[in-house]
Ligand binder design. Structure first.
Ligand SMILES: Cc1cc2nc3c(=O)[nH]c(=O)nc-3n(C[C@H](O)[C@H](O)[C@H](O)COP(=O)(O)O)c2cc1C
Length: 195
């Protein structure tokens, strides 16, 4: 008698079940090794393709050489044929604006002016201002608290208070504060002139 199709199928499946697996342990290890080597090879190749940097990154400190070139207001005055420099000590901009206006006003007296932040210049150079004939420095210095200087004028203030500054022969005018009672005081090296 011929076996039914179902019986043949069952027989085949059970025969297959007892057969050895398609891949042995050794085959699996071999395939895994080949795959690992291939993956390593491609990753390595990709890594080598990243272009090598043929330049150097150098860190230049902010304003090192340029600052020293520009920190001389005397040089700046001389090179631009100016005689008036208006320094400002300012926290919220009023003093700066005031200094700007005064620097522009100078042209009415045939004195080209420049505005300057004392924090950005070598204030010790003030002593050399007398070497520029008919020159003048104007200070528009806002004060806070109990007449304290603004942040940008602090170093300048301390230098003045150290007593190292001999400003004999230097023409300068000072406007302190900015409150209702403030005045412009001009010190032409001989007494005070209140405006
Ligand atoms: C908290 C405070 C404190 C101040 N203290 C003084 C002071 O001690 N003497 C003075 O003349 N003006 C004083 N002022 C007035 C400022 O100097 C004035 O407003 C000035 O124009 C501000 O200038 P700035 O905007 O350039 O910082 C004071 C103002 C403020 C807000």
């Amino acid at each position: 008698m011929y076996a039914s199709a179902a019986e043949i199928l069952e027989e085949t499946l059970s025969a297959a079940a007892v057969e050895e697996p398609l891949l042995g342990t050794l085959d699996v290890i071999l395939i895994a090794t080949i795959l690992a080597i291939t993956a390593w090879y491609y990753l390595k190749k990709k890594e080598d393709e990243v272009p090598k940097r043929d330049y150097n990154i150098t860190v230049t400190p902010m304003g090192s050489s340029t600052q020293s070139a520009e920190s001389s207001f005397i040089k700046k005055l001389k090179s631009s044929d100016r005689k008036l420099v208006a320094f400002y000590g300012s926290q919220t901009g009023t003093g700066e604006e005031f200094a700007g206006r005064l620097a522009k006003e100078g042209i009415r007296y045939k004195m080209k002016g420049m505005v300057a932040d004392p924090e950005e210049y070598e204030m010790e150079e003030l002593i050399s201002l007398k070497d520029i004939p008919n020159s003048i420095a104007i200070f528009c210095l806002a004060t806070y608290g109990e007449g304290d200087p603004t942040d940008n004028a602090m170093d300048f203030y301390e230098w003045l208070m150290n007593g190292d500054a001999d400003l004999t022969g230097v023409n300068y005018a000072v406007s302190l504060g900015g409150g209702a009672g403030s005045r412009v005081q001009i010190y032409p090296s001989r007494g005070f002139l209140y405006l």
